[in-house]
Design a protein around this ligand. Sequence first.
Ligand SMILES: [Zn+2]
Length: 151
Amino acid sequence: MRDDCINWKYSLDRNGYAQLRCKRRKKSTRAVRVLWEAKYGVELTAEQHLLHSCDNPRCINLDHIRVGTHQDNMADRRERNPFHGERNPMAKLTDLQASEILLDSRTSPHAAEDYNVTPQAIRLIRQGRNFSHLKEQGMQPTRVQARRGRA
Ligand SMILES: [Zn+2]
């Protein structure tokens, strides 16, 4: 996994994380937050932390990043609650994919095809029954267009 890391070549903060000066915020921010927000078009709240699955603070590969809370971050360091999100061995989807599904405006069957899971799995995420921690962090599903009649 570490081989796939994209190491930030610019400045690092004092904890060794890739940092970026952002005009909008007028102070240095972790580079992954800026990249993540740009990619998904959502603004992270202060409670939403981006966690590195690769434990490499210089890494800016978004595939190695997932959204979690400060508590998750601590839990990660302490080592692990086996039934939380992607760490659940039954879960096929990663937290990042689940957040993409929440933000995906396509219908469940369409999204299901893409993620290679059942439409039911997509619905459970959108209803907040699975990966409920994402919703608790304020991540809201994009409203799926109700289809009237047949196209
Ligand atoms: Zn990495």
